[in-house]
Design a protein around this ligand. Structure first.
Ligand code: B1M
Length: 212
């Protein structure tokens, strides 16, 4: 079992898309749980890729290859992780904020939220404050924002200001996250909630919307 996760981990770090796909299918056939494969294989490997990129041991093309391999695995796991089959508990909109194109974490949060019964509208990446406001006007209960690049964090504040100006303060909750985002930052910009990872994002969304 451990061996299967290690192989997925190694293949993802090396950016081997077909191998990650094949190994993910194989791990499921061996009986590993989708969540176990996600955390112990895909996410663990992606964080090593991130560290190596930060230390300049690998370069952007390598990161892109690993990201593509991550999606090959996620594509297989997504229907299993999201298969809750229950009536939506609430409608939320999620996006990566203006200027930022990182979407793996945002998508993971979306998958986990769907798995917990939320209806998730994916606004994509590089989402402008106005687009978030339009989503709020479309009747969502919560706006989720993701940011991974320091320079794009102010877009979160601009979005919250735009939502307030459009009259959504107290009516539509806001939750933020992403590798560089912290609770003190969330407090400073007036976000209703912050979550450090996809699993706690589900708990935080339930807490903010008072869903038991
Ligand atoms: Co970029 N990148 N990247 N990158 N990249 C980072 C973020 C960086 C930290 C790497 C580094 O230098 N060490 C750095 C940012 C530095 C900074 O500002 N602090 C960086 C940079 C600089 C850049 C470029 C500017 C590089 C360049 O062009 N010179 C460029 C940015 C372009 C732009 O956005 N305008 C860029 C581009 C890219 C790729 C396209 C190559 C690729 C993205 C592919 C894609 O997303 N489709 C990429 C990647 C993959 C990374 C790293 C290596 C990995 C990010 C990732 O997917 N992690 C990243 C290094 C790192 O983070 N250590 C890096 C896995 C993912 C599961 O984690 O997104 O944190 P994460 O999500 C977690 C939690 O944060 C949380 O839950 C998720 C699951 O647990 N979460 C939420 C996320 N969103 C949430 C929302 C919530 C709640 C929780 O509520 C709504």
């Amino acid at each position: 079992m451990k061996d299967a996760l290690q192989k997925i981990f190694d293949s993802l770090v090396q950016g081997q898309t077909p191998m990650v796909k094949e190994l993910t299918i194989g791990a499921l056939e061996q009986g590993l749980a989708p969540g176990e494969i996600l955390d112990g294989g895909l996410v663990a490997a992606m964080s090593v890729v991130g560290e190596r990129f930060g230390n300049r041991e690998i370069y952007l093309p390598d990161v892109l290859l690993s990201a593509r391999a991550m999606y090959a695995g996620l594509d297989i796991l997504e229907p299993l992780l999201a298969a809750s089959g229950v009536k939506p508990v609430a409608k939320v909109a999620m996006g990566t904020v203006g200027g930022d194109i990182h979407d793996i974490g945002k998508n993971l949060v979306g998958i986990m939220m769907r798995g917990a019964g939320f209806e998730v509208i994916d606004l994509g990446v590089d989402v402008s404050p106005q687009k978030f406001v339009d989503a709020a006007a479309g009747g969502v209960s919560l706006i989720g924002m993701s940011a991974l690049v320091g320079a794009t964090m102010p877009s979160m504040q601009l979005t919250i200001q735009a939502l307030d100006e459009a009259g959504f303060q107290g009516k539509v909750k806001t939750m933020i996250g992403g590798a560089i985002v912290t609770q003190p930052f969330a407090d400073r910009i007036g976000a209703d909630g912050f979550a450090p990872d996809a699993a706690s994002a589900v708990d935080k969304a339930k807490e903010l919307l008072a869903i038991g």
